[in-house]
Design a binder for this molecule. Structure first.
Ligand code: NAP
Length: 284
């Protein structure tokens, strides 16, 4: 049995859908049965519980051999991931597929990639088989700017002239599902990007082309954006951590295009144009 955490989220739900499409049985540990109703209807077994609660995790892990470990970002992320890995090992799990990030490297300078790297190291030292899913910035993050694009034909972000090879969560879920159900993925780190390295001005051009109306990217001062983030993300640690990540993109430290998706899945990754078309109602 495969256990998924984070199955109601952006990439976890795509991982679940990809497993269902492959006819692979899986279980999800979810907080809300209501939110997971579609997953259940599609054939995913549910255990209702909280990933912070050891008893919920133990219950969900019964009979599980492969675990998809996806934890939202918080100052407790590393400690929670270690706790779940320990419980998984004790329950007889053999392979952990961890949602990490492409920025998670040994000398990562900002808190989220640092936590991912430390969790990766913990898993690598655990004796369990592992696969690290290391995506770039998600295209789905752009849905956070959908209202502004729809109403003002512009979006404001603090990325300056920085570029990113953003990836669609559907592709990331497809790779995670392959790592969970296919063979030969042990000991691999999969750096997943979309097909193009784009500045946010170029992202705006893609929106203009697909929407048929001029859309502009407004680079905002990182300090001013941080004040906005503090209002959206009530947790100060999270606001600081996201600001630090965005600063890295603005400073041009974002990685290059990889061929990982095509190599593993045998098809091209989803383009930004297709992502926009597939969410056209949100943007127009
Ligand atoms: N966004 C990016 O550009 C990006 C890029 C690279 C890597 N990442 C990494 O991707 C991860 C986030 O993935 P995502 O965006 O797909 O997630 P997401 O959409 O934020 O969803 C988070 C998931 O975790 C679940 N969850 C949260 N707290 C829980 C708890 N206490 N018990 C049980 N479940 C809980 C949520 O359940 P509910 O539905 O109940 O809330 C939801 O299913 C992070 O580790 C991040 O660092 C993100």
């Amino acid at each position: 049995m495969i256990l998924l955490t984070g199955a109601t989220g952006k990439t976890g739900s795509e991982t679940a859908k990809a497993l269902i499409a492959k006819g692979v049985k899986a279980r999800a540990l979810v907080r809300s049965a209501e939110k997971a109703a579609a997953l259940q209807a599609a054939g995913i077994e549910l255990v209702i519980g909280d990933v912070t609660d050891r008893e919920s995790v133990r219950k969900a892990l019964a009979g599980v051999t492969r675990l998809f470990l996806l934890m939202p970002n918080s100052q407790h992320q590393l400690e929670l991931e270690k706790q779940v890995v320990d419980l998984a090992k004790a329950a007889g799990v053999r392979h952990v597929v961890k949602m990490s990030s492409m920025e998670a490297v040994a000398d990562a300078a900002s808190p989220i990639p640092q936590a991912h790297w430390a969790a990766e190291e913990y898993i690598r030292a655990s004796g369990l088989a592992w696969t690290m899913i290391k995506p770039n910035f998600f295209m789905q993050n752009l849905l956070g700017s959908a209202k502004s694009i729809k109403e003002k034909q512009s979006f404001a972000l603090p990325m300056g002239e920085g570029r990113t090879a953003m990836a669609d969560a559907r592709d990331i879920g497809a790779v995670a599902a392959e790592a969970l159900s296919g063979a030969g993925h042990e000991g691999q780190g999969y750096e997943i990007t979309g097909p193009e390295l784009l500045s946010f001005h170029q992202v705006a051009e893609r929106f203009s082309t697909v929407l048929g109306t001029k859309v502009s990217y407004i680079p905002v001062d990182p300090g001013a954006y941080h004040e906005i983030l503090k209002k959206v993300l009530t947790n100060e640690w999270h606001a600081n951590a996201v600001s630090a990540l965005f600063r890295e993109i603005a400073e041009g430290e974002s990685p290059q295009v990889t061929d990982t998706f095509k190599r593993l899945m045998g098809r091209d990754p989803i383009s930004l144009e297709r992502f926009i078309r597939d969410h056209i109602g949100a943007f127009r």
